[in-house]
Design a binder for this molecule. Structure first.
Ligand code: ISL
Ligand code: CA
Length: 551
């Protein structure tokens, strides 16, 4: 029976999470690649911002086919990032500052250089053969018509053993076989290894994919357009998650965040229902991919965005809890995607975007650089990109799409936009490295950098820091009900959070917004706004948080 008694409020509901992509955070040894000592060197910066939890993108040994999301040894720190002693020092530094660390659990697949796969591909009767998913070909080709997200088929033929192996992503990322109890035990063991070192949980990479469709039938043409919804609907997902909780997670005080790629808001409900004992939170894709169709960028409108916020908020009620984010290492910079990254407007709109993230109901996830309003990068050619997703998809479509059309879409939505190095100063390489950065630093680091903003009370950094601090003491923002009071307005996003009314102007034009009488304004809780009775004047790309009476 599901116990309907509300559990005591867990710590992660009130936490602000900050995602670090270690490769691009801070390089301390001049090799042009971020490293763990670089994170340790910036812990006071994170503490000062008000970060409670750090989500660290993969730090494990990897050949970096997919920048660490292809793990070769789950118990070893990537040499470029440092040593296990560096990891321990970083974690100790976080703990000393009252901060927690969650790490990235990438166990839908490993690297093809992992010892398990090296063994598995040796022969069909190797003890590790069934750690992965091997099938005979069909009619001289792959076992089915699955496509890989990084281009080409999701199957690669292995000459040595004469079979195909499955990889939803790159051929260097073979999918693990979760039907095999030995695989599940290996994962439980490696989870305990890191939990026993003191990490506080996991962000679980494409975790809904771990249960494969029985018999692996072909996809229909409709399914092929968005295969993630088939891959995420396997029959054993909930069993595997519950087993993980029973075997490991229930024995520790953890936060688990499932990357719910391919999961509808309704299906996500089960994953995060606190009574079911599966995950605590999910990272949903509905908002950040609202204007993505495969590799193409389409368009979005504010009413459509607002409808998604309401849908996701309702899908989390009453036993779930939302994550609130607008960018990460797989998505473009939020101010470029949802704000206005024209130099004249970028700071103001970044403050509005960060206000949205920090005043919605749920646990906020800020992505490194978002606190500064860092923008997309001005990519000039496809060669400027590092991401295998960009090159892999180009191979798929180059026979029918012009390079300039493909480049325009990659510039707008490519993952490398959020992977350019953190902009610490206006100096060479933005203070990220004294060497040659692994990926070019955005030339606008001269105008957008932490050093400059730390000294300015009107900066995005100052605004974000102040809002995080205020939010910490504000029950309405942490727990208050959410209600959009004007879903159809094309430019203003207006919503209640308990006794507060949040107003966001998503445009350059000044708006004189008439607040309905049912929300009698009693004052300004955060920020500034011109108020005459129930009319609030919102300058271009500004926000206001007001106190209102019974509403
Ligand atoms: O949306 C996507 C598919 O085209 C990608 O942005 C991404 O692959 C997807 O969101 C899943 O992301 C996770 O798994 C990938 C890795 O490349 C991403 O960085 C990770 O966040 C494979 O591990
Ligand atoms: Ca380095």
């Amino acid at each position: 029976m599901l116990d309907d008694q509300p559990a005591p409020r867990p710590w992660w509901k009130d936490a602000v999470v900050y995602q670090i992509y270690p490769r691009s955070f801070l390089d301390t040894n001049g090799d042009g690649v971020g490293d763990l000592p670089g994170i340790t060197a910036r812990l006071d910066y994170l503490k000062d911002l008000g970060v409670d939890v750090v989500w660290l993108s993969p730090h494990f040994d990897s050949p970096n086919a997919d920048n660490g999301y292809d793990i070769r040894d789950y118990r070893k720190v990537m040499a470029q990032f440092g040593t296990m002693a560096d990891f321990d020092a970083m974690l100790a530094g976080m703990t000393a500052r009252g901060m927690r660390l969650i790490i990235d659990l990438v166990v839908n697949h490993s690297s093809d250089e992992h010892a398990w796969f090296v063994e598995s591909r040796k022969s069909r009767d190797n003890p590790y053969r069934d750690y992965y998913i091997w099938r005979d070909g069909k009619e001289g080709g792959p076992p089915n018509n699955y496509g890989a997200f990084f281009g080409g088929p999701a199957w690669t033929f292995d000459e040595g053993s004469g079979q195909y192996y499955l990889h939803y992503f790159a051929a260097k990322q073979p999918d693990l076989n979760w039907e095999n109890p030995k695989v599940r035990e290996e994962v439980h063991d490696l989870m305990r290894f890191w939990l026993d070192k003191g990490v506080s949980g996991f962000r679980m990479d494409v975790i809904p994919f771990i249960s494969k469709q029985p018999g692996l039938p072909d996809l229909t043409p409709e399914q092929r357009r968005a295969p993630q919804f088939v891959y995420a609907a396997g029959p054993k997902l909930h069993d595997h998650l519950r087993e993980m909780r029973r075997e490991v997670l229930d024995h520790y005080d953890t936060l688990t965040v499932g990357e719910a790629f391919g999961v509808t808001p309704d299906a996500a409900r089960d994953l995060m229902d606190s009574r079911r004992g599966e995950l605590n939170l999910v990272i949903n894709f509905d908002i950040v991919r609202m204007d993505i169709d495969g590799w193409r960028k389409t368009t979005w409108t504010l009413p459509r965005l607002k409808a998604l916020y309401t849908q996701l908020d309702q899908a989390a009620e009453p036993f779930g809890w939302n994550t609130q984010f607008l960018s990460n290492h797989d998505n473009p910079r939020s101010v470029s995607h949802f704000g206005d990254d024209d130099p004249a407007w970028v700071e103001r709109s970044a403050k509005v975007i960060n206000t949205l993230i920090l005043t919605q109901r749920g646990t906020p996830f800020l992505y490194q650089g978002e606190e500064l309003g860092m923008t997309n990068y001005p990519f000039q050619t496809l060669d400027d990109f590092d991401d295998l997703e960009v090159s892999g998809r180009w191979r798929d479509v180059k026979h029918r799409v012009s390079e300039e059309e493909y480049l325009a879409n990659a510039r707008a939505m490519g993952r490398d936009n959020s992977r350019t190095p953190m902009q610490w100063t206006a100096g060479p390489s933005g203070g990220f490295t004294t060497g040659r950065p692994w990926l070019a630093v955005n030339p606008n680091t001269a105008a957008i950098n932490a050093e400059d903003q730390a000294a300015r009370p009107d900066s995005v950094l100052a605004h974000t820091r102040a809002l995080i601090a205020w939010r910490r003491g504000c029950v309405d923002l942490r727990e208050g009900d959410y209600r959009d009071i004007d879903p159809d307005h094309e430019q203003v996003f207006a919503y209640r959070r308990g006794g507060l009314l949040v107003l966001l102007n998503f445009g350059r034009d000044t708006v004189r917004y008439a607040v309905p009488a049912e929300h009698p304004i009693s004052g300004v809780a955060f920020g500034a706004a011109g108020i005459e009775a129930q009319t609030v004047t919102l300058d271009g790309w500004t926000s206001a948080i007001l106190t209102v009476g019974a509403g």
